[in-house]
Design a protein around this ligand. Structure first.
Ligand code: CA
Ligand code: ZN
Length: 301
């Protein structure tokens, strides 16, 4: 059984005060239409900075109220599929991203999607990595605009948030108030220019609730392993906290001392960058699946 949610209902901030767009029971698959991060305002390359309404940025479709979700639970989100629109857009400009100080003008580029490739120009067709930039739940305190990531998820711009991945979010409020948007046809780790190939999409997710376990930050699991996703003002802090979150999650499931488990993580764990251009930076710490298999670790079972 699945339910459909159109772009008629969207939010610019994850906030406990948002009215639910949809109420579902745990276990429901929801098909969610999303705008691109510019709310589909940029359709041609002659678009200027002035013609874009910058208040209409990073809409996320939702929020979805999951009936069983209570504060202290975990919301489990499996990404079943991401169906992309037929063209994406990228922008750069002054003060945007790592190269913003060297940009003199706002520039938009339309990138057609054809035969499973992003057509960058006549020489280069790029492989797709359909992914979700903004995904999360209502945060603990005040609302957080969808441009900013945090413990609630939000604008994590993480390449691993793609089909087949399962995300786990801390639940801070009844119903969790889940929303997503800002899909990319492709993006590199770092998202250095401040945009991926921004594109409208149709995303299918299955929403579940885990009782009896809690999380402080989002966690991602895929067929290769598990990653903690932490956003902080500095990339250093984000990377360090991601390591500690992972060690706190896994070490108690093993018979290894903290000393020995730290050696194991130093041998096989990967500190990786998600994005370095949003108001908070996002880093992740990735542990390969064979470590979990060796200790028969089934997350949150
Ligand atoms: Ca984004
Ligand atoms: Zn984006």
């Amino acid at each position: 059984m699945h339910t459909f949610l159109s772009t008629d209902r969207y939010i610019y901030a994850m906030d406990k005060n948002n009215e639910p767009a949809l109420m579902v029971k745990a276990g429901t698959q929801v098909v969610i239409d999303t705008f691109d991060c510019f709310q589909n305002q940029i359709q041609t390359e002659d678009t200027t900075f002035q013609t874009v309404d910058w208040n209409q940025i990073n809409p996320a479709t939702g929020p979805i109220y999951i009936e069983e979700a209570m504060p202290g639970d975990i919301l489990k989100v499996h990404i079943d599929s991401i169906e992309l629109g037929d063209k994406g857009v990228m922008t750069v400009g002054p003060d945007l991203g790592v190269m913003g100080h060297r940009m003199n003008q706002f520039t938009a580029k339309i990138i057609p999607i054809l035969d499973g490739k992003a057509i960058f120009n006549e020489k280069l067709s790029l492989p797709l990595n359909p992914m979700i930039g903004v995904i999360g739940v209502a945060p603990a305190g005040e609302g957080v605009n969808n441009g900013t990531p945090g413990a609630h998820g939000g604008n994590m711009d993480t390449t691993l948030i793609t089909t087949g991945a399962t995300l786990y979010f801390p639940v801070f409020h009844e119903g969790a108030l889940f929303a997503l948007g800002d899909c990319h046809a492709a993006m590199g780790d770092g998202e250095i220019g401040v945009s991926g190939i921004e594109i409208p999409a149709k995303v299918s997710v299955t929403l579940d609730v885990v009782k009896g376990h809690s999380l402080r930050y989002p966690l991602l699991e895929n067929e290769d392993g598990v990653a903690s996703l932490v956003s902080k003002e500095s990339l250093d802090d984000a990377a360090n906290q991601a390591v500690e979150e992972m060690i706190d999650l896994l070490q108690p499931e093993t018979d290894l001392s903290l000393e020995e488990f730290t050696m194991l993580m130093s041998a096989v764990g990967q500190s990786q960058i998600s994005q370095i251009v949003d108001p908070l930076k996002t880093a992740r710490f990735f542990v390969p699946k064979y470590v979990l298999e060796a200790y028969h670790i089934d997350l949150f079972k």
